[in-house]
Structures are given as structure tokens and as C-alpha cells.
Design a protein. Structure first.
Length: 226
């Protein structure tokens, strides 16, 4: 018995296509607006929104466990209600939300009961942009481009090439095009992903990214060409 999954269904060497493809092993899917029960693609939800507005100037995005993210949303709602009731004129900024989530995630990790999410916090404060990251261990950092999950491997290089060093020159339309390119690459590379995403300075309704699969006709073992 062949115990190496990468060899299952692989064409013979003499029949290998000119792309020299091999089966690609998957880890965690990049779900965009999709949520699935592990690798079971039949159990899917296709309209899950992972960008969550907090206050007037902050957006929180997440990858990972959906129920844990819903719990985090509940915590953020409670925080904003508490701040509103204080009525002291203080405005909760993106930096404050980032620090709050850092303490929440580190606290849960210290109790050996982490929230299984990677969080991205973005927003504006006094005309200055803010973008920060928090993971399930409470690790934090701030930078100009952030991607989580599968995107940290495939989308982050695209973001660094097209964004870093010219952050002040990018228009909103160009930023949307860059995000579309990243999501298109992720959709091509993950068999259990969805070509549906959200963008936002203002959080948009989910939309589908255009994709092209005509190249697959010439690849052995891909689609109908067996």
C-alpha cells in the first residue's frame, strides 16, 4: 500500500504534463465569507462576514474558529456599551481596541483555553492610520500589511511588493484591486475556498472575484482531462 498521499493519483512520469504538477496537500482553508466544518466541504456557510465594525473608526477582521470570533464580537459590543454609558467624551480608538484584544487573547491563552483566532485591527486615529495583529497566544505587532491563515503564505508577498513603501500614494480603488488579486490567488490555490469577499474602509456587501480556469484543460488529472 502506498502510504504517501502526494503520490495518490499522480500520472506516470512519461505522461506528466508540461506544468509538472503534483497533488497539493491542504491545511486550513482560506474561507473569505465561507465557513466550513473542518475539511467537510458539504457543511458550508457561504455568507459569513468576517469584518466587524467597532465604534466609528475601527474595523476588526478575523480568521479561525467562527464561534470564538462571535464570542469576541460579543465582548467588543459589551465594551462599546460600557464606554457609551460612561459618557465621558472619551473615544475608543483602533489602538485601544488592539490593546484590549491583546489582553483578552493573552488572558485566555494563560488559562490554557485560547480563542482560536488571528485578529487584524485597522482604523484611523487623529488622521493617522493604524493596523495591528493579535493571535491566539497574545502575540501582537503593528505593520503596514497583514494577512492571516493561508494568506500569510501567499497573499503577504503580494501585499509587500505592491504596498510597502508607497502606503501614502495608494488610492482606495487601487487598494481594492490589490485585495482582489490576493483573494484571486488564494481562491486558485485552495480547493475548499470561495471567490467571495468583503472590502472596506466602509465595509461593503460581499462580492465575487472574477476567475479564469481555461488553463486547466491542458493539465493532466485536472478537471475532465484524465
Amino acid at each position: 500500500m502506498d502510504h504517501f498521499p502526494s503520490q495518490w493519483g499522480k500520472p506516470r512520469n512519461e505522461n506528466i504534463d508540461y506544468y509538472n504538477t503534483v497533488p497539493l496537500q491542504r491545511t486550513l482553508p482560506d474561507p473569505t465569507t465561507q465557513a466550513a466544518y473542518g475539511p467537510v466541504t458539504r457543511t458550508q456557510f457561504r455568507d459569513i462576514e468576517r469584518l466587524y465594525p467597532v465604534g466609528e473608526h475601527t474595523v476588526v477582521g478575523a480568521s479561525g474558529d467562527l464561534s470564538d470570533y462571535q464570542y469576541i464580537q460579543h465582548l467588543l459590543d459589551s465594551l462599546m456599551v460600557k464606554e457609551h454609558c460612561s459618557d465621558d467624551g472619551h473615544v475608543v480608538s483602533a489602538r485601544h481596541i488592539h490593546e484590549y484584544l491583546w489582553r483578552v487573547m493573552y488572558n485566555r491563552r494563560s488559562k490554557f483555553n485560547p480563542l482560536w483566532n488571528s485578529l487584524v485591527v485597522g482604523g484611523m486615529e487623529k488622521g493617522e492610520r493604524f493596523l495591528g495583529f493579535v493571535d491566539l497566544r497574545g502575540t501582537t505587532y503593528q505593520t503596514t500589511t497583514i494577512a492571516t491563515g493561508f494568506g500569510a503564505y501567499l497573499a503577504q508577498p503580494i501585499l509587500r511588493k505592491r504596498v510597502e513603501g508607497r502606503e501614502d500614494d495608494i488610492t482606495e480603488q487601487e487598494a481594492i484591486e490589490i485585495i482582489n488579486d490576493c483573494m484571486r490567488v488564494l481562491f486558485y490555490r485552495d480547493a475548499r475556498s470561495l471567490n467571495k469577499a468583503q472590502t472596506g474602509v466602509e465595509i461593503s456587501e460581499p462580492y465575487s472575484v472574477d476567475t479564469e480556469w481555461s488553463f486547466a484543460e491542458s493539465i493532466r488529472g485536472y478537471g475532465a482531462d484524465v
